[in-house]
Design a protein around this ligand. Structure first.
Ligand code: AKG
Length: 195
């Protein structure tokens, strides 16, 4: 089980709107993505001054063009996460590198920048993502994101819950410590719905 929720209602909402597929990537696929990402990432410095004050200890980039073998992996991710009725995918894939002590504070992705679905794979480290109900902070679910897993967050999980990646000292799932190391997430999003 990848979800631990405070109550039954939250559990049901999150089971319906937040999917996690453990071992979505093979070790070879993880390495293949890293081989392409790392040379660029290593030239950047970790930062703490996020524009929205949401992320601590991170560096990030976006990538539109990928090596052939990684295109295949990303296409598999997109096919899994986005239905044919989805708005078009954003062309740029977001790559977020959190240092071992880095973390992401609770936030909801801006509705004017992206649509109903956020899908990401975790490289190098497992972590715990917490989704907190925006209308009642006592209702939340912890999500175990193992290294090489894929998560698909859509609709209620995306709009009605904040999401955050817990810092090392809080990285616990169902009473078990989830060791945090440097973590890179590769995230695909779809276009915002026109309103
Ligand atoms: C975001 O970019 O909004 C995130 O919270 C990233 C989540 C992740 O690293 O998987």
């Amino acid at each position: 089980r990848y979800l631990a929720a405070t109550d039954k209602e939250t559990e049901q909402v999150l089971l319906d709107s937040m999917t996690v597929i453990h071992d979505f990537l093979s070790e070879t696929e993880e390495q293949s993505l890293l081989d392409e990402i790392e040379p660029y990432m290593q030239r950047l410095h970790y930062e703490n001054d996020h524009w929205d004050d949401a992320i601590v200890g991170y560096r990030e980039t976006e990538r539109k063009h990928w090596r052939k073998e990684n295109k295949v992996i990303l296409q598999r991710l997109k096919d899994k996460a986005f239905s044919s009725g989805s708005t078009s995918l954003l062309q740029h894939v977001h790559i977020l590198d959190l240092e071992k002590n880095g973390y992401i504070k609770a936030h909801v992705d801006a509705v004017r920048f992206c649509g109903n679905t956020i899908a990401g794979v975790s490289l190098l480290s497992s972590c715990v993502m917490r989704l907190v109900n925006t209308e009642n902070k006592e209702k939340y679910g912890d999500i175990l994101l193992n290294r090489r897993s894929l998560y698909i967050m859509r609709d209620a999980a995306r709009y009605n819950f904040t999401h955050e990646v817990l810092k090392e000292s809080e990285s616990v799932f169902r009473g078990e410590i989830v060791p945090r190391d440097r973590r890179i997430s590769v995230i695909c999003r779809n276009e915002a719905t026109q309103t």
